[in-house]
Design a protein around this ligand. Structure first.
Ligand code: CU
Length: 127
C-alpha cells in the first residue's frame, strides 16, 4: 500500500510538471538568453510620453524613479524592461538610478514575451 501511494505521488508530481511546462509553452515563454547590451538608462514615462531623455533630463529621471516610474534600458531603438527572477520580484530603480540618462553596458538575461523585451540585470557599468 505504501509503495502504491509513493508511486501515485510520483506520477502526480510528474504530471504536474508536464502540465506546467505545457502551460509555459502555450504562453509563448522563451527561455532567458544570456546577453550583453549597450544601452541608455531612460525614464519610461518621460521618454515615451514626452520624448525626453539625455543628460539634460537626468534630474527629472531620478525624480520620476523615486516616484515609482520604472527606469528602463533603451538599446538600438528598443526598450528593455528590467525584471527580477525572484517571486515576488525586486524593483530595479535603485540599481539603475545612479546611471539615469547615461550610457551603460549591461550583462544579463533577456526574455521576450508578448512583444515585450525584458532583461534581468546581472552586471551594470558605465559604458
Ligand atoms: Cu522624467
Amino acid at each position: 500500500m505504501r509503495k502504491y501511494l509513493m508511486a501515485l505521488a510520483g506520477a502526480l508530481a510528474f504530471t504536474t510538471i508536464g502540465v506546467a511546462n505545457a502551460a509555459a509553452q502555450q504562453a509563448g515563454a522563451a527561455a532567458p538568453k544570456d546577453a550583453t547590451i549597450t544601452a541608455e538608462v531612460i525614464d519610461l514615462s518621460c521618454k515615451l510620453v514626452h520624448g525626453l531623455s539625455g543628460p539634460d533630463h537626468t534630474m527629472c529621471a531620478q525624480v520620476c524613479a523615486d516616484k515609482g516610474i520604472p527606469l528602463a534600458l533603451f538599446s538600438n531603438g528598443e526598450v528593455y524592461l528590467p525584471v527580477s527572477m525572484g517571486m515576488p520580484g525586486d524593483g530595479s530603480n535603485a540599481q539603475l538610478k545612479p546611471f539615469a540618462e547615461q550610457k551603460v553596458q549591461v550583462k544579463g538575461k533577456i526574455i521576450e514575451r508578448g512583444g515585450v523585451k525584458a532583461i534581468v540585470i546581472e552586471e551594470i557599468k558605465k559604458s
